[in-house]
Design a protein around this ligand. Structure first.
Ligand SMILES: [Zn+2]
Length: 290
């Protein structure tokens, strides 16, 4: 298996499908202990990793299955999870309603994470909160709570090297993702600003990998996506009678090519948050439909 060294003691573990959803990149820290950060890089990668680099414990950046699906492969070893929302973390039965609302969409979610990620229940043994320091000797990681994507999303900042593991503040062309009831645009914006204030020299994200150039510009453009989505919806709103019409137009996803009920549900959540925000600002008056 091919690790990509970020700095000595900290490596990127490339995920299957180049870390694109439903996979993500993972990280390996080798210091006083050997630690895996996130376990959604694909079964082939995790199996090879366990052969070559026996892991002492696992840390999860947040609860999403594309980061946690294979935590069960490390059963018996410590698993650190964010303290926020820990009641449902890693729990196949409880995460469905959290991520996919109610009704048949939950079944769709369960089918998807089982068939595409081999997600199985794996409950945390430890929790961490904002400011927690994972000290591995040469490498230390400060947990920075960055909610918005989910309530429990964290980034990890390595202060000696000024490296930020940004996970799903991922700097992809798609932009920020906030498709759950618990997701929050204002919190997400604040989290991106928090990351900007750290002024990292290098960012390594879960779906884009190592980024070392134009970091302030990339973060600003990522932040600007919220406002451009506001404008996009303001253009579309007069053409749509209902929320369902907007989902059909698929302004953010540009289509729902697989697991359509699930993707539609997530896109609806994102649209709804923008519409509510625009209404709260007086930029759009919500009518009685939906
Ligand atoms: Zn995520």
């Amino acid at each position: 298996m091919d690790l990509i060294e970020v700095v000595p003691g900290l490596s990127l573990i490339p995920g299957e499908n180049n870390g694109r959803f439903p996979f993500s990149h993972s990280f390996l820290v080798e210091g006083t202990t050997r630690v895996l950060i996130d376990a959604g890089c694909g079964e082939r990668v995790v199996d090879a990793l366990q052969q070559a680099y026996p892991i002492d414990f696992v840390i999860s950046s947040h609860c999403h299955p594309d980061h946690t699906a294979l935590n069960w492969k490390f059963a018996g070893q410590p698993l650190y999870a964010p303290q926020y929302g820990v009641e449902t973390f890693g729990n196949f039965d409880l995460l469905g309603p959290r991520f996919a609302g109610a009704g048949s969409t939950v079944g769709e979610w369960r089918k998807f994470v089982t068939s595409q990620m081999n997600f199985k229940t794996a409950l945390p043994t430890h929790t961490y909160g904002d400011g927690h320091v994972f000290d591995f000797g040469k490498i230390s990681l400060v947990a920075v709570h960055t909610p918005g994507h989910t309530v429990d999303h964290f980034c990890f900042f390595e202060p000696n090297h000024s490296i930020l593991l940004s996970f799903d503040i991922d700097l992809t062309a798609f932009g920020p993702w906030y498709g759950h009831p618990e997701s929050d645009i204002d919190a997400f914006e604040a989290s991106i600003r928090k990351v900007m204030a750290l002024n990292p020299r290098v960012i390594v994200s879960s779906h884009k990998g190592i980024i070392a150039d134009d970091i302030p510009g990339r973060l600003q453009r990522y932040l600007d996506v919220f406002a451009s989505r506001d404008r996009l919806l303001l253009d579309l709103l007069p053409k749509a009678k209902t929320l369902n019409d907007l989902v059909n137009l698929s302004p953010f996803y540009q289509g729902h090519p697989y697991a359509a009920p699930l993707l539609r549900y997530w896109e609806e959540q994102m649209i709804r948050k923008h519409v509510e925000r625009l209404a709260a600002r007086g930029q759009w008056s919500v009518n009685s439909e939906q």
